[in-house]
Ligand binder design. Structure first.
Ligand SMILES: Nc1nc2c(ncn2[C@@H]2O[C@H](COP(=O)(O)OP(=O)(O)OP(=O)(O)O)[C@@H](O)[C@H]2O)c(=O)[nH]1
Ligand SMILES: [Mg+2]
Length: 244
């Protein structure tokens, strides 16, 4: 496995748009299974597969997005109460991506999805918050097979300070990330577009390049193909030994 790329401001500089070919490289999910929940980076499974982590404010929809991506209702535990996910939860996915003009589904590829506990949960004690910070920092900075972090942002709201602070922290640690705007079904498309643009405009004040971003709804399966296509491309890069 190659380690993570050097600078997210370089690798995530292009705003997301569909590939110019008509073919959105439709990744097929063959299976997805729960592996383990770890209280620390040291106890995570061996770093032998490309890994994608999902983080964002408590209740933003991380676990729901993972379930939507792998087409299972209850693989990752969801809850209406913030703070449900507390540990580093690894899921192993087997997927394949057909090649246009080539018969069959393509070779199977195994990778990890990681459901992380969220930030910004007001009722958490100071010591719990410290423990979360330590666990997350260690995981992000040391996990060798981490290819990309999906930072989830609630599409219903104007830019939030803690989301912006969190992505600045990721940048300081040089962790590659993209943005996923969630719960798009809960607002009118115009409001979602406005909040999406406002977030990117806010970033533009201090960032030279903007990260790629996706608009999703786990309820309506919106954005699923685009996110899976991104993962498929990153898997190809990682497994062919290229830097992402
Ligand atoms: N309508 C709608 N509801 C959503 C969507 N995504 C998540 N939800 C709801 O939002 C709530 C929180 O979802 P989770 O997936 O548990 O959120 P989380 O970020 O994993 O939460 P924590 O683990 O507690 O940090 C649940 O009640 C979900 O059903 C979405 O795209 N649309
Ligand atoms: Mg969760």
């Amino acid at each position: 496995m190659t380690s993570k790329a050097g600078c997210n401001k370089i690798i995530s500089m292009v705003l997301y748009s569909k590939p110019s070919c008509n073919y959105l490289c439709a990744m097929l999910i063959k299976s997805a299974k729960y592996i383990t929940s770890s209280p620390s980076f040291e106890l995570c499974p061996p770093p032998d597969k490309p890994e994608y982590a999902f983080i964002g404010r408590s209740n933003v929809g991380k676990s729901s997005l993972i379930n939507m991506l792998v087409n299972q209702k209850n693989l990752a535990k969801t809850s209406g109460t913030p703070g449900k996910t507390q540990l580093l939860n690894h899921f192993e996915v087997t997927s394949s991506t057909p090649t246009p003009g080539v018969k069959g589904d393509g070779a199977p590829v195994k990778w990890y999805l990681v459901d992380l506990p969220g930030y910004g949960y007001a009722k958490r004690s100071l010591s719990d918050r410290r423990r979360w910070e330590q666990m997350i920092e260690n995981y992000f900075r040391k996990r060798q097979n981490l290819i990309n972090v999906f930072v989830l942002i609630d599409a219903r709201h104007a830019p939030q300070k803690n989301d912006l602070e969190f992505i600045n922290q990721l940048d300081a640690w040089q962790i590659p990330f993209v943005l996923v705007f969630t719960k798009a079904d809960k607002e009118k498309p115009g409001v979602v577009q406005r909040n999406h643009k406002a977030f990117l405009d806010k970033m533009r004040e201090t960032w030279q390049f903007l990260p790629q971003s996706f608009i999703t709804s786990s309820e309506k399966k919106q954005g699923r193909d685009e996110v899976l296509d991104f993962i498929s491309q990153r898997n190809t890069d990682a497994l062919s030994g290229e830097e992402a």
